[in-house]
Write a protein that binds this ligand. Structure first.
Ligand code: KG4
Ligand code: ZN
Length: 340
């Protein structure tokens, strides 16, 4: 079954053709990051306008690269939640139009479920159940993936998401948006023991995260140094900060896996591209867990992951009627659309 998949929840206009949830026939991503960098973050209205401009070309290219026409696809999948509402609406309405015109089923896909599904593309043998750490610019969740479309969150951030924590610290160091990626690269040449940072815990919730204190600690450290006219090493600061964030993520993730008895561990989302997170988990998991990580090119937002998850939503009968709407905030465990 060939699915044409569309993703427009944030600042990437993306489309892909995916066969049977696992085989990527094409995957086109048009990034707007250069434009948003001017403002230090994503400007929602600009994002919506750029999606509107790019979407026809991106979908067309995805079909062409897959050597396919609209007639040759079996369904249209689209990210309908969560995300920037104006951005989502562009993809949702476009997908609805395509589905109506081609008389192909319309499959609504939750963005975080799609991130998890990027692993089905990278690892053909991977099947639920497993425990997944979903870390992106907007979310930090530990998710029990009981089945392809049945999940529950057992740990979450109380404040900033991991990606946000990286981006905000990077910004304080003068690294342009989205600084998480650059911070990771700079950290490779730094000493992670040069500065000490707290490892915040949430009382009574051992799997929850809290990154805002860590972010404040790095901002205070920089301001103090600047006020005193003292130098600080950006690579050392990046390395020490990255170590602190990654330790919080891996400690809670491993603890929850041990407590709940999961042996298969998976990571997903933009931050799953982080070099230290990947190395640390490889080391910690090598004796007692099977670890799965998406290939780096599938960690960030893309259409292929939407096509992968779309396939399993379709098998479950999750097909929407034409009243499908975009939703800015929606738990990963919930479906919120009128079924056909
Ligand atoms: O999943 P994603 O592409 O978009 C959302 O759904 O939010 O995640 C984007 C986030 C950004 O905060 C970006 O800085 C972060 O992922 N990110 C990284 C790395 N690559 C992307 N953070 C740390 N290390 C990286 N290598
Ligand atoms: Zn994402």
């Amino acid at each position: 079954m060939k699915i044409l998949a569309i993703e427009s929840s944030c600042d990437e206009t993306a489309a892909a053709v995916v066969e049977d949830g696992r085989e990527v026939l094409s995957n086109i991503v048009a990034s707007q990051v250069e434009e948003h960098r001017l403002y230090g973050g994503v400007v929602p209205e600009i994002a919506s306008r750029r999606h509107a401009e790019a979407i026809v070309g991106v979908v067309d290219e995805a079909l062409q690269r897959a050597d396919c026409t609209l007639d040759g696809i079996d369904a249209v999948a689209v990210t309908y939640a969560p995300g920037l509402i104006g951005a989502l609406l562009v993809g949702v309405n476009f997908a609805k139009g395509l589905s109506l015109a081609s008389e192909k089923p319309l499959i609504p896909v939750h963005h975080l479920r799609a991130h998890i599904a990027s692993n089905y593309i990278s690892h053909k043998e991977l099947k639920p159940p497993f425990l997944c750490l979903v870390v992106s610019g907007g979310h930090s969740h530990i998710v029990e993936v009981k089945d392809y479309t049945e999940m529950s969150v057992i740990g979450r951030t109380r404040d900033d998401a991991a990606g946000e924590a990286f981006d905000k610290a990077a910004r304080a160091m003068g690294i342009p948006y989205p600084g998480g990626i650059e911070l990771d690269k700079i950290a490779e040449s730094g000493d992670e023991n040069a500065y000490s940072f707290p490892r915040p815990k949430v009382d009574g919730a051992p799997y929850d995260f809290s990154f805002s204190g860590l972010k404040t600690a790095v901002i205070n450290l920089i301001h103090n140094k600047e006020q005193k006219g003292e130098e600080y090493s950006v690579p050392d600061l990046c390395a020490s900060y990255r170590r602190a964030v990654v330790s919080c993520l891996t400690e809670n993730f491993l603890k929850s896996a041990e407590d709940l008895g999961y042996k298969t561990l998976v990571i997903a989302g933009g931050v799953s591209a982080n070099s230290l997170l990947r190395r640390t988990l490889e080391e910690l998991c090598k004796d007692s867990f099977s670890l799965y990580m998406p290939e780096r090119s599938l960690c960030g937002d893309n259409g292929a992951m939407v096509g992968a998850q779309g396939y399993y939503e379709y098998l479950k009968g999750n097909i929407a009627d034409t009243s499908l709407n975009a939703i800015a905030t929606l738990p990963i465990s919930e479906d919120r659309f009128q079924k056909l």
